[in-house]
Design a protein around this ligand. Structure first.
Ligand code: ADP
Length: 173
């Protein structure tokens, strides 16, 4: 039975086959969740990331998890919000979908996402949350090796938006 859950917590503490990093296109670390993941994983993560030559917005690349409890880190640069007319919605959907596909390709059964793009990239939560939950649900409805997907929210306000989006999605189907 496939599972999807929305939790409050710190993604660097989660034991899963893969956690997702809301990275930037350099893949060389930054602030927010990216900085927290690099600090917790240790310097070998940056070393592996350097060899990846960056990543385009909406695409995803995978590394090992090093000192993290997670086995792998899937790095995806989400879009920077620029008002909504610069393909931000499609790019955010791509970030979730390409991360899921990469998890599948690496036989990861459990994968945990942070709230991509809603921090310093300022994607509005009321728009980002439905995109995330719809993309994840659609993916889980297909035949996939991915069995458990979790959204980890760092604060209660963020969690409220994902809970609400999930409730609305369930009531529509
Ligand atoms: P982006 O640049 O994609 O907007 P941020 O890191 O600024 O990425 O923020 C994305 C989300 O990750 C925000 O909701 C932020 O509060 C959250 N976040 C920050 N640190 C952690 C963490 N350790 N675990 C889970 N989520 C985190």
């Amino acid at each position: 039975m496939k599972s999807f859950s929305i939790m409050l917590g710190d993604i660097t503490k989660v034991k899963a086959d893969a956690i997702v990093n809301a990275a930037n296109t350099t893949l060389l670390g930054g602030g927010g969740v990216d900085g927290a993941i690099h600090r917790a994983a240790g310097p070998q993560l940056l070393e592996e990331c350097r060899a990846l030559n960056g990543c385009a917005t909406g695409e995803a690349k995978i590394t090992k998890g090093y000192r993290l409890p997670a086995s792998y880190v899937i790095h995806t640069p989400g879009p920077i919000w620029q008002g909504g007319h610069h393909h931000e919605a499609d790019l955010l959907r791509n970030s979730y979908l390409n991360s899921l596909k990469l998890a599948e390709a690496n036989t990861c059964h459990s994968i945990v996402f942070p709230s991509i793009s809603t921090g310093v990239y300022h994607f509005p939560l009321n728009l980002a949350a439905p995109i995330a939950v719809q993309t994840i649900r659609q993916f889980l409805n297909q035949a996939t090796a991915v069995e458990a997907v979790q959204m980890i929210c760092f604060d209660e306000e963020t969690k409220r938006y994902y809970d609400q989006a999930f409730k609305e999605l369930c009531s529509r189907s």
